[in-house]
Design a binder for this molecule. Structure first.
Ligand code: NA7
Length: 293
């Protein structure tokens, strides 16, 4: 298929690369010029990238970035044509997503929100899991593209429900990791070996995918970003915003949001969100160590 891929960050670059590898005709655009994808064309603006494309796929930071790419001065709005599909893998506001879809619908353009999970490794290996909102027939047309970038897609309902699901998923990741980080901090302060604790967690029902994935990085004190703290913080804020709109109270997430706020004040925003541990460590006056650390 002819695809315009907009946004070549950690996730987008790997996703666009996998589309090229699967034989699709890809044109890329990135806000900061100079990022390239081997085998793909490069366009100077979102509008130019979208010209003649069957599908425009977005993967950028936040709601404001998506809005600018869609409707800004050089946005794809001016290149939209009947039958085109916009797919958005950024994690953004579900309410804004529904509004964006409404704005392009009169031009005969279909909209699908397709945020994903699987981190940097899943994007590189083409094993992402997509949670998708949109019309079933449109999603079916996108199947060859989903198959090139991921291993599974879950249709969660109409437009916006992919984003709503993603916020509910990241809420859990943030809280599960916080639980793990607090447990490590307390255990270390009380003199328990972290590696032993991790082995025990893995052998019991406390085990989780989040801990399986993050545990080894944390014990090696490797906080290089697989999922940057600033993006998890953005998702926490989006979840709290959606909760407020829906009059839902999320007390644990509200508390965890403050930790992300303080971690950002400490300048950790570009590290992995696992670096939130370092605040707990500082408050406790300890440092969690693994065998290799
Ligand atoms: P990254 O690696 O932080 O990449 C973000 C991308 O978004 C990158 O291409 C940025 O371009 C682009 N960006 C950011 N702001 C803008 C604006 N205002 N306009 C256009 N483009 C912009 O994020 P990931 O790839 O890890 O994640 C992307 C999304 O998936 C995000 O929503 C996650 O929560 C999930 P730059 O290179 O900085 O010019």
């Amino acid at each position: 298929m002819r695809v315009a891929f907009l946004g070549l960050g950690i996730m987008g670059h790997a996703m666009a690369t996998n589309l090229v590898k699967a034989g699709h005709e890809v044109t890329v655009w990135n806000r900061t010029p100079g990022k390239l994808v081997e085998g793909a064309g490069v366009a100077p603006t979102p509008a130019a990238a979208a010209q003649g494309a069957e599908v425009v796929w977005l993967c950028v930071s936040d709601t404001a970035a998506v809005e600018k790419i869609l409707f800004g001065p050089e946005g794809i709005d001016q290149s939209l044509a009947e039958g085109m599909i916009i797919a958005d893998s950024s994690t953004i506001s579900p309410t804004a997503t529904a509004k964006f879809a409404e704005r392009v619908r009169p031009k005969g353009v279909a909209y699908v929100d397709a945020p994903m999970t699987g981190s940097k490794i899943g994007a590189a290996n083409g094993t992402l899991i997509f949670m998708v909102g949109g019309d079933g027939a449109t999603i079916e047309r996108l199947n060859p593209l989903f198959a090139a970038m991921g291993k599974k897609i879950f249709r969660m309902g109409e437009i916006g429900k992919g984003q709503a699901t993603k916020l509910a998923m990241n809420l859990q990741i943030a809280l599960i990791f916080e639980g793990f980080a607090e447990a490590l901090t307390l255990a270390t302060k009380l003199g328990v070996d972290s590696q032993q604790l991790l082995s025990l967690i893995e052998a019991t029902m406390v085990r989780s995918g989040v801990v399986d994935y993050k545990g080894p990085f944390v014990l090696q004190r490797d906080f290089t970003p697989n999922f940057p703290l600033r993006l998890m913080h953005k998702d926490i804020r989006l979840a709290l915003e959606a909760a407020k709109e829906a009059r839902v109270k999320l007390p644990a997430l509200e508390t965890v949001e403050e930790i992300y706020e303080l971690a950002t004040e400490d300048g950790h925003q570009d590290l992995d969100y696992a670096a939130t541990l370092t605040l707990l460590e500082r408050w406790a006056g300890i440092q969690v160590k693994g065998e290799a650390a």
